[in-house]
Design a protein around this ligand. Structure first.
Ligand code: URA
Length: 212
């Protein structure tokens, strides 16, 4: 699956500067999924490098986390021209890359930022205003995780009430991260085995990944 040379979306492939695959700690317990790269992200090849990214970093800092500890990706890996909305066919074309990222990183919690990521990963059309701040267990590809929908930080930049809601939802993240990793809903429990303690990923300096 070579995302860097991907031409599944002819228009995006023709207009992009870079494929913004994602960045951060490849062993992260916490992953964020945004919408799509914007102009700055397309130029730098990294996600969330603009004002929304700064706000995301600030909110992470407020709960004692740094950007280097988490992994950040998007629904689309290429910038839609003029920052238009991702099209359904583009979301479908790009979905295997995101699913594979989730399977490789195996995050304990995935924050979906805004409507596009939330609808895609929940597999449901309910909008972010209705479902933000409500964690739920979902299996994505081969990985079972907790999804935690949040307002997109770009939406919070100019709307103080949205920022307050986003901040209040953020405050609950450490508690979610402290929960044991969720079991697959279809897993058959072994009645004899002692439940093994959930191994925590080590918190050694984060492996920084650009594209992989
Ligand atoms: N908004 C997004 O959804 N993703 C980015 O990478 C930047 C801004």
């Amino acid at each position: 699956m070579a995302a860097r040379e991907c031409t599944r979306c002819a228009e995006l492939a023709a207009t992009r500067t870079s494929v913004v695959f994602g960045a951060g700690n490849a062993d992260a317990e916490l992953m964020f999924v945004g919408e799509a790269p914007g102009a700055n992200e397309d130029l730098q090849g990294l996600p969330f490098v603009g004002a929304a990214g700064k706000l995301l970093e600030q909110l992470l800092g407020e709960i004692g986390l740094s950007r280097a500890e988490v992994f950040i990706a998007n629904v689309l890996k290429c910038r839609p021209p003029g920052n238009r909305d991702p099209q359904p066919v583009e979301i479908e074309n790009c979905r295997p890359y995101l699913v594979r990222q989730i399977e490789l990183i195996q995050p304990r919690v995935i924050c979906t930022l805004g409507n596009f990521a939330t609808k895609l990963l929940r597999g449901d059309p309910a909008g972010i205003t209705r479902v933000h701040g409500q964690p739920e267990v979902r299996t994505i590809g081969e990985h079972t995780t907790r999804l935690y929908p949040l307002f997109h930080p770009a939406a919070a930049l100019y709307t103080p009430s949205t920022l307050e809601t986003l901040r209040a939802d953020f405050v609950r993240l450490p508690g979610l991260l402290a929960l044991a990793g969720p079991a697959r809903p279809d897993a058959v429990p072994d009645p004899v085995a002692e439940p093994a303690p959930e191994p925590l990923h080590d918190s050694a300096p984060a492996t920084q990944l650009g594209l992989f």
